[in-house]
Design a protein around this ligand. Sequence first.
Ligand SMILES: [Zn+2]
Length: 429
Amino acid sequence: MNNSIPTSVADTPQRIAGLYQRLTDAWVRAERDYDTWFAEDFDEGDADDWRSAGFTASEAAAWVGADATYGASSNSARITMASAWVVAGFSPEAASAWDDLLAHHDAAERPILAREWASSGFSLDTARAWIEREDVTTAVILENNGWKPWQRDMLDVLLGLPGTDDQQRLEHIACGFAPGNVLDYVRAGVDIREFGWWERLRRQGEDVDSLLSAMEGEREWSYDIAFRLDWILDSAAGSPTAPHLRRPSILGKPDPYAFHHEYHYAELSELPGPKLIETWRENGGVPVRWGIAEWSDGGCPEDYAYEPRFDWTDEQEQRVREALEASYGDEETSVVFGWPPEGSLWTEGHAWSSEAEGCGEHEEFRATCEACRPASAHEVEMAEWHWYVDVDLITHLEDEERDELMDHVHLLTSSIDPRCVEYSEVALR
Ligand SMILES: [Zn+2]
């Protein structure tokens, strides 16, 4: 018997760990002994079947316990499956992992598909990114051209779901330009035949991003596509420096500066409302955004809302003075009022939409599946700030001066999208 260890790896046949035993007389005798098989819970008939297919008792037990043969309805079907995986070159553990990845294919096809993926250089981890939606040929092209799964998803959404023209898709994937650039072009509506021209502009140092962004700005995405692009961007790393990384504008993210003002004095109806100087977040604060709505410790939204920082102007003060004097003042009575007005969140408003939903096949929403349903657009009931001034009416009588306080005067109502109201984590009032 030659027990020498091979010195050259190249001389060593590739073996799958655990599948082969060194043949010795004792080992062969043990494997032929039914007791060995009974110990692994096989009856005589099953043991004969496995043995005649070339499996030892421990190998057979490993395959019976492997997920890769879980779907077999009989012992002979299980032996057929196990044999297929062995021929394809997989151990029970590896077979089970690949079987799981390939669950969307017929069980009978999985061993040969796994072999194709493995022999094309994919590990379980690298295959996982593509295997659900790509055949191995396309996956190789995607990998070789530097595509990431989310970029592929975005391309699919942009080229149109679900009837994506395979040929057109493949041409885009394999055109040889950086995936990010390809997506920039497709989002802007550039034809693939013009990609080269745009690449040349890039090389010449032109501000291609601005040109492409302007072109995309003229396109009108449907809400459905915009939602899917936005969803995909959630899994894309990085800040939106390239046009394809920008959020679609159609989704109407609320503008914290878009206050609608209404004065409560007819004299002020033409007066422009105050402008927001900056949000609390822009000022370095860390406000809790709308949606938290945690008024659990007995507070109410008004107590937690940061008052918007408005730029109250001298002109506004003068016009308010005139309006108040017209309402309250007369020859004996002058009007004194506090300035600037104080804000109070009168109503927190409400914005709601349905959640994105998966379909019969997907538990969670998939941006690339037409049957999966995007969240609905938001319906909004505006939040309202009421602005008050304290007004003192000072009436001059003959010998004495009388000072009469009037309560809060509601001067102005400012409406804003409730998602723009900024709340403190602790009560402010
Ligand atoms: Zn789906």
